[in-house]
Design a protein around this ligand. Structure first.
Ligand code: NAI
Ligand code: MG
Length: 488
């Protein structure tokens, strides 16, 4: 087998110690790897590079495509961008995969049976970072969810389940509230799940899903979800295994992938030969699997298990009941290396199914063209003074000749016409304009001319109405492309 050249960053704090331990184990296990080292993190940030990574390092990353990364320290204070977010977005690493497994009884866990993999969408959702203040009162963050992004992550989750012999995929969303964005997830999930009849599939609402995950994690096998929910539940899942320090994760894109530990740079124990290298080693095992170096991955997994069940533990997992020997980073790595080739007796040995195993591919997305028809527009208006009825009457008078004001909502609640005096209002009004002859039924709306909306906006401008934003209302292939106001 020819060696794969990967990029390695030793990072900050305990990074160099756990990376050295990990690379020694990889070497001893016969991993077919060669390394290019890059500097990232604190030193680079403090040299005035706010991205924490130099252009030369980018070249190396792009050339090798596979990245094993130790944790870095993000300096406190303004201006420093999260390197992880930058790398994920720049290299299109759309899937964050975090296996969360208990190692009871040797490592204490309230959930000894837990063995769950969280697959988190990594590029979209509220993490697009598009935020605006629109009025004195109101701030906004855009939640962007795309069809290709959703298809990729859900396909990845099912392919992952198939390759790893997992039985069930659960999708967690809040589609009862966000019917359009989260609704896209449930729709795509149902569609793709149907192509995998051998894998059980279920949809759950994220709030109760997260609660169940915290209480009965053994109910969950693979969980796939949007970026923000995934951020939260992947931390919950790692925490309740009982050993957040042992987790690794992968960030997967088309051609590119990054592997790392879940934990940070632990400056409090840095340089003391105390750190547990298991988190980064788990990341490295995921990398070997990704590269198809299954024998080496299996060998290391089994030697690690053997070491743990023999009670050879670093300080962070040392306990009276099952630990026999407290060791430092180097000695822990040595213990694993000594056991390469052995299988655990009490833990189930890891066996990679070579036949089933193949690189996980996700489909190329070809966009079917949707027929889009303009049905009106929501104009967001900054008005601190006026009452809902006052604003409603004023805008109704200005709306003609082509359009009419259908309703006004304030933070999503309908306040005009027929609002309740009790509804609390801010200075941020969403005013929905539609064709002047529209029937009540939103499925029978009449198309409006494109020019009608800018014409209305100029008229509003002349009358001193402050429009801060517009969102057009479309039908796509005859389906509503917008949500209804509460009470509409
Ligand atoms: P942390 O994960 O570094 O440390 C939390 C606690 O866990 C500390 O008490 C630490 O000693 C312990 N710990 C962590 N890893 C350990 C290991 N391998 N063995 C034994 N004990 C371990 O989180 P913290 O303190 O919030 O962050 C420290 C720095 O790490 C910050 O600058 C933060 O920005 C950075 N960080 C970097 C990440 C990355 O590069 N992916 C992820 C999370 C944090
Ligand atoms: Mg997080």
């Amino acid at each position: 087998m020819s060696k794969t050249r990967i990029t390695v960053a030793k990072g900050d704090g305990i990074g160099p110690e756990i990376m050295d331990a990990t690379l020694r184990i990889l070497e001893a296990a016969g991993a077919e790897l060669e390394y290019d080292y890059i500097d990232i993190g604190e030193k680079v940030y403090l040299s005035g590079n706010t991205a924490g990574i130099t252009p030369e390092s980018w070249d190396t990353l792009r050339k090798n495509k596979i990245f094993l990364k130790a944790p870095i320290t993000t300096p406190q204070g303004g201006g420093y961008k999260s390197l992880n977010v930058t790398i994920r977005k720049s290299l299109g690493l759309f899937a964050n995969v975090r296996p969360c497994k208990s190692h009871a009884p040797f490592i204490e866990s309230k959930h000894p049976m837990m063995d769950t993999v969280i697959v988190r969408e990594n590029e979209e959702d509220l993490y697009a970072g598009i935020e605006h203040r629109q009025t004195t009162d109101v701030y906004q963050c855009l939640k962007l969810v795309s069809i290709p992004g959703t298809r990729k992550i859900i396909r990845y989750a099912f392919e992952y389940a198939k390759v790893y012999g997992r039985k069930k995929v659960t999708c967690m969303v809040k589609d009862n509230i966000m019917k359009i964005t989260d609704g896209l997830y449930s729709e795509v999930f149902r569609e793709i799940a149907a192509e995998y009849p051998e894998i059980e599939s279920e949809l759950r609402i994220i709030d109760i899903g997260a609660a169940l995950l915290a209480d009965h994690p053994e109910m969950f096998d693979v969980v796939v979800t949007l970026n923000l929910y995934g951020d939260i539940i992947s931390d919950i899942a790692a925490q309740i295994t009982g050993s957040v320090g042992l987790g690794g994760s992968s960030n997967i894109g088309k051609g590119f992938a990054m592997f790392e530990a879940v934990h940070g740079s632990a400056p409090d124990i840095s340089g003391k030969d105390m750190a547990n290298p298991s988190g980064l080693l788990s990341g490295a095992i995921l990398m070997l699997e990704h590269l198809g170096q299954l024998k080496a991955a299996e060998k290391i997994s089994n030697a690690w298990r053997k070491t743990i069940e023999e009670g050879i533990h670093t300080a962070d997992i040392y306990n009276q009941a099952t630990s026999k020997q407290k060791v430092g980073t180097k000695a822990f790595a040595d213990a694993i290396i000594e056991r390469l080739g052995q299988r655990p007796n009490q833990f189930a040995p890891v066996e990679m199914n070579v036949d089933r195993f193949r690189p996980i591919e996700v489909e190329e997305y070809t966009r079917p063209k949707a027929e889009k028809v303009l049905m009106g527009s929501d104009l967001f208006i900054d008005d601190p003074e006026i009452s809902a009825d006052g604003l409603g009457e004023k805008l109704s008078a200005l709306a003609g000749p082509d359009l009419k004001l259908k309703m006004i909502t304030n933070r999503g609640v309908k306040v005009y016409p027929d609002g309740l005096p009790e509804t609390f209002c801010t200075d941020h009004w969403r005013c929905r304009f539609v064709h002047k002859d529209n029937p009540k039924d939103v499925k029978q709306m009449k198309p409006v001319e494109k020019g009608a909306i800018p014409a209305l906006m100029s008229k509003l401008l002349e009358s001193g109405v402050d429009v801060v934003k517009t969102e057009n209302l479309y039908y796509f292939d005859g389906e509503l492309g917008f949500s209804l106001g509460q009470g509409e």
